[in-house]
Structures are given as structure tokens and as C-alpha cells.
Design a protein around this ligand. Structure first.
Ligand SMILES: [Mn+2]
Length: 386
């Protein structure tokens, strides 16, 4: 086969077109702030004091991106990463309150560049880590009010929220915060092994309940809720009853096996977007098989492989998203940080796809155009010429 047909070959070509502007600016700033290094160090871009936290240690912020201390300065950025370190909604194994810090810590590994996607996320996006929302550990409803208001604040300022959970109870206020400030319906694409459609767990709105309450929001109708990966032996019957009564779309793991990833993702998009103005992505890490993602409270064997998830997210995110959450990463049950690592890859895959599709940030390689852009450019030339 011709080598030119390889994704790798295309990626190599695209890399040459990616800017390094922001990287150079960052190196320069780090050098100024971190002071010149010892004379024996040949690479003069290495400062005396590490200002980045990249590659050798974590400075605590997501992918060593700037920490936005003054929230009044939010606005104009592309993405805000925000933690919701709450696990008061867990029904059995707690620990997801440590999800945000575990996810942030493992991002010290990352470069932000993907050969396969042909993207350098940090050159295309202005992303800030805004820290955590102040949750109220012993009070679910007050925590919901805090998360709703915080996510709503980010949304109102036209910044894309990436919420790091936290258990899945936060899905309800995440959606409530956005839906209440939206004109039009919001669809929900929900990756999970579990329905999370009960009205209550233990008489409270815990992590098995977010989509019951979210789909009670007038402009987040159940007909726009698509659940992907449902199955196994931990979902309760009430979830099936609610899904049936409300007419949600439930795509099981067996459906994926039978009909294939692409077809199921196209179906998910069709239902989530029907008469909707935007779609929110709720990603429960337990949809990935516990062999790959053991660090979670309610693991369920028979889940997705990471590669399946990346392929699906690449389709789901194509049409654009209004925000996303990654929930149920519980590092106490993790092995070698692999679950937290997967959480970061879910986020990068979505961000990379949104950039590639022109839905977020700036697409750096204007010379490799997608079909609609080529058509638009020709049309413009026609007008100028005429
Ligand atoms: Mn789940």
C-alpha cells in the first residue's frame, strides 16, 4: 500500500503546519519568571525554577495551563476546566471527590499534541484551569446549587466548561446550570454502564439519579437523552422503567456489538440533536471496562475498550457540544493512575475533535481544509470576481 495513505503520513505533513507560537511565548515567560539556569545546562530554555510543572512533576493545574485565580476575569477564553470534588452522592464506594486532583496530576505527562488527530491543543485553545467549585460535603442540594451556579457562570461567559467529577450526582446541576441559561432545548449524550435514572437513592438525589431530574428540566427533554453503553448487572429496574416511560434512547453494549460503533453514534447524534439547540456530553468513566478503568466506584465488567471510546467520541463531538463532564474517577481504587489517565484522554479527544471541526478555538492548519470550507472559499472568490 502507498505510504501516503497512512494516517501517520498525513499527521506528519500536518505537523509541519502547526504553529509553535504559544509554546515559544510560554518558554519565554517561564524563563523570565523562573530565572536563568546553571551554566552547565546546554538547553537555555530551561529556567532555574520550573514554572510549568510539565513532564517531570505536576504543579497542580490541568496540563500546566494557567490557573485563573480571579473569576471576574473569566470571558474570552475557549475552555475552563473546573473541578467538582463531591462524592456525597455515591451509594457504595466513595472516593470520586479525589477525581479532579488525580486527573490534574496525571496531565503532567502530556504534550497536548496528537499525531493521529494532527492537532496541538495548546496552540489552538486558550484553556484555563479555574480550580474547584466549593462543594458542601454533607449537603447534596446545596452542592447542586453551587455547581449549577458555577457552571452557569462559565456558560454565560461563552466559555466551554469541562467539569471534572466528582460522582455522577453532579450531572444534574451541570445540566441545570446550562439549560436554565439557554434559549432552546439541550440534548444529553450520556456514556455509562448505568441508567442513573432513579428518582432517589436512599431518599436523596444521589449518583444513580441525575438523568431523572435533568430530564424534568423543561428544556432538557427525555426525548433528547441518549444513553450509550448501558448494561451489566448493577443497574436497577427502576432505571429501565423510567427510560421506557419517558422514551429515552438506550444503546446497550450489545447494540454496539450488533450494529457497530459508527451506526450507533450516528443514531445517538440524531436523537440528541432532534429539535435541540445544543448537546451536553456526560461521560461516566465506568463505561470503560474495569480492566482498563478500575479506579471507579461502580465498576461493571464488559465495558468499552479505550480505543472504542476514542472512536465514538470522535463522532459524537463532531456536531459540537455545549459542555462536558467526566465523572466517577475514584483514584483510591485505581492502579498506576490508568483511570485518571483515561479521563484526560477522553477530554483531549473531545477537545481535539471540536478544534478539528471548527467548533472551538482556532484550527491552525488553514491549508488542509475540510470540504465545506473549500466550498465556502470558492463561493467567496466568486463574489469578489463578480
Ligand atoms: Mn456509572
Amino acid at each position: 500500500m502507498d505510504r501516503e495513505r497512512l494516517v501517520g503520513s498525513r499527521g506528519l505533513e500536518r505537523e509541519a503546519q502547526l504553529p509553535a507560537t504559544k509554546m515559544k511565548e510560554m518558554l519565554q515567560l517561564n524563563l523570565e519568571h523562573g530565572l536563568a539556569s546553571a551554566a552547565s545546562i546546554r538547553d537555555r530554555t530551561i529556567p532555574l525554577f520550573n514554572r510549568t510543572g510539565l513532564r517531570f512533576s505536576s504543579n497542580g493545574s490541568f496540563a500546566a495551563r494557567p490557573f485563573l485565580r480571579d473569576m471576574r476575569e473569566l470571558g474570552g477564553q475557549d475552555v475552563a476546566v473546573v473541578g467538582a470534588p463531591f462524592d456525597g452522592g455515591t451509594t457504595y464506594r466513595p472516593g470520586a471527590r479525589f477525581g479532579p486532583q488525580a486527573i490534574r496530576k496525571i496531565t503532567a505527562l502530556d504534550s497536548g499534541y496528537s499525531l493521529e488527530m494532527g492537532v496541538d491543543i495548546w496552540e489552538s485553545l486558550d484553556l484555563v484551569d479555574v480550580g474547584d467549585i466549593s462543594v458542601i460535603p454533607a449537603n447534596i442540594e446545596k452542592t447542586f446549587d453551587q455547581i449549577d451556579m458555577a457552571v452557569g457562570y462559565i456558560h454565560e461567559r461563552a466559555v466551554f466548561p469541562v467539569v471534572l467529577g466528582g460522582d455522577h450526582s453532579i450531572g444534574y446541576p451541570d445540566i441545570r446550570g446550562i439549560a436554565a441559561r439557554m434559549d432552546g432545548n439541550v440534548g444529553i449524550i450520556h456514556f455509562d454502564r448505568h441508567f442513573d435514572l432513579s428518582e432517589y437513592n436512599f431518599d436523596e438525589r444521589m449518583h444513580g439519579t441525575p438523568f431523572f431530574h435533568a430530564t424534568n428540566i423543561p428544556n432538557a427533554p427525555a426525548s433528547n437523552l441518549v444513553q450509550i453503553g448501558i448494561g451489566g448487572w448493577t443497574s436497577n429496574r427502576q432505571g429501565a422503567q423510567v427510560a421506557r416511560e419517558r422514551g429515552t434512547t438506550v444503546i446497550t453494549m450489545s447494540d454496539i456489538d450488533r450494529w457497530g460503533l459508527e451506526r450507533m453514534c450516528e443514531m445517538a447524534l440524531e436523537h440528541a440533536w432532534k429539535d435541540a439547540k445544543a448537546v451536553f456530553l456526560s461521560f461516566d468513566i465506568d463505561c470503560i471496562d474495569p480492566g482498563f478503568a478500575p479506579g471507579t466506584g461502580t465498576p461493571e465488567p464488559g465495558g468499552f475498550t479505550p480505543r472504542e471510546v476514542f472512536r465514538m467520541l470522535g463522532i459524537i463531538a463532531r456536531e459540537g457540544l455545549v459542555g462536558m463532564e467526566v465523572v466517577e474517577v475514584a483514584p483510591e481504587y485505581d492502579v498506576a493512575e490508568i483511570t485518571s489517565l483515561l479521563g484526560t484522554r477522553v477530554i483531549y479527544t473531545v477537545l481535539g475533535t471540536l478544534i478539528e471541526e471548527g467548533k472551538l478555538g482556532t484550527r491552525p492548519d488553514s491549508s488542509v481544509k475540510s470540504e465545506p470550507e473549500v466550498a465556502a472559499a470558492s463561493a467567496d472568490e466568486g463574489i469578489v470576481g463578480g
